[in-house]
Design a protein around this ligand. Structure first.
Ligand code: PMT
Length: 411
């Protein structure tokens, strides 16, 4: 039995005579419980029809870069990020050259550039094209970039010549895909993308005292915030982590400041500015007790004490609305148990953020204190839903996205 049921492949079909073999490949992938979304280049459609591919994948085939949502609610970034692995078959000389140069002039090449998942290429071309120094140079670049290859095989070709250039047979490509799916298929965050940048992160809960022994708090463990601080440090940033009370060690290479209350957290965050990026992950208590009792409140058998609450400062909103010291990017989280999208978008606007990461914190999700998270990222440009991931994976993804946004902002 395969180790890959439930996995998703984005199959990029290039324009070569070997395209007919991808029909068999799709059939075999699906037999193994692997779902397939296909993208066809214009050239591929000269060899096999969209109808055949749609019939075998039982889903729409994508081929147009400019139909961004293509009537399916799928933007091209989402299309490539939604897969566990990208397979290019046949990987023609033209597609390999585009990949090596980072060109993005059509849907296939754009997806290959925009992906955060690993890529398997199954080259197929005439032997002269395969042996040409340009193709060999491109393959060397792609291998150095982490692209995996299966084939080509040596054998007779459709053009009548004999030599290397035949696309591997579907069972061989299938085995290579299954082998890759056994391992982590994410492309690691390039080291140094935040070199020279300063990032301030809040994490954990705040504890708002009631008296010397009691406090108002919440179930945040700090795992998500600490993972983000660690990922930003791994990306080369100078990171200040302002953490509420948690039972976690300080992340390596991160300056960690420990606070108890929302007011203390705000003070430390403001003192840590200026920064390029602020990420508010802390579950800040919205209220504190108006008058903290200096001594332990005694239990009165007749009457429970009543507490008057006042609103805490909103740290994220305060940083988002800073006039002088506003970081280039301000990101926050939205912990929601209902109307995720509506509430996240409202927070994006009200707190003047560049990004809101929404997570479902209803009890069944296990996010508070758990090891994994399923987030949906909202920016002014749109929305990106990520599958369930470890908190470290979510952190790496967010840091990569923020680094790309920062680079794109020109600041
Ligand atoms: O710590 P873990 O156990 O790993 O759990 C992670 C998490 C669930 C705490 C985290 O993923 C998360 O959702 N953090 C935000 C929690 C929260 O307070 O959400 P909110 O929707 O109430 O607040 C929205 C945003 O405003 C957050 O970025 C929050 O940090 C910020 N905020 C809220 C209130 C306040 N007074 N000041 C703030 O800065």
């Amino acid at each position: 039995m395969t180790a890959s049921p439930g996995k998703r492949i984005l199959l990029i079909i290039g324009g070569g005579i070997a395209a007919y073999k991808t029909l068999e490949l799709i059939r075999r992938l699906r037999e193994r419980g692997i779902s397939v979304r296909a993208v066809m280049t214009q050239a591929a459609q000269q060899f096999i029809t969209k109808l055949s591919v749609e019939s075998l994948t039982e889903t729409k085939v994508f081929d147009d870069l400019f139909a961004l949502t293509d009537g399916s609610g799928m933007g091209h970034i989402e299309l490539s990020r939604d897969a566990d692995l990208l397979a290019v078959a046949p990987a023609t000389a033209d597609l390999l050259a585009k990949m090596a140069q980072g060109l993005a002039g059509d849907l296939a090449s754009t997806l290959l550039l925009a992906t955060d998942k690993k890529i398997l290429a199954a080259p197929a071309m005439n032997l002269r094209m395969w042996l040409h120094p340009a193709t060999q140079r491109n393959c060397a670049i792609l291998k150095a970039d982490g692209v995996s290859f299966v084939g080509p095989e040596i054998g007779g070709m459709a053009c009548g010549e004999h030599g290397p250039g035949r696309m591997s047979e579907p069972p061989v490509i299938l085995a290579a895909i299954e082998d890759m799916l056994k391992h982590d298929t994410r492309i690691p965050l390039p080291a140094g993308v935040l070199e020279g940048r300063r990032v301030v992160v809040t994490s954990g809960p705040t504890h708002e005292p009631i008296d010397p022994v009691r406090y108002i708090g919440n179930r945040s463990s700090g795992k998500q915030g600490h993972a983000i601080a660690a990922a930003a440090a791994a990306a080369g940033a100078d990171v200040v982590l302002v953490s509420g009370p948690v039972a976690l060690p300080d992340p390596l290479g991160v300056k960690t400041l420990h606070v108890e209350t929302a007011e203390e957290m705000l003070k430390e965050v403001e003192a840590a500015l200026p920064a390029d990026i602020f990420i508010g992950v802390a579950a800040v208590a919205d209220w504190r007790v108006a008058k903290v009792s200096p001594s332990k409140i005694k239990k009165d058998a007749k009457q429970a004490p009543s507490l008057t609450l006042v609103e805490n400062p909103d740290i994220l909103a305060a940083i988002g609305h800073q006039s002088k010291n506003r970081p280039a990017l301000v990101a926050g989280f939205a912990a929601e148990s209902e109307k995720l999208e509506e509430n996240a978008r409202a927070k994006l606007a009200a707190k003047n953020c560049d990004m809101i990461v929404a997570n479902d914190v209803s009890e069944s999700s296990g996010v508070f204190g758990g090891e994994s998270n399923k987030v949906c990222i909202f920016t002014k440009a749109g929305k990106e839903s990520l599958p369930l991931m470890s908190k470290q994976e979510v952190a790496a993804h967010l840091v990569a996205k923020l680094a790309a946004m920062l680079a794109g902002s020109g600041r």
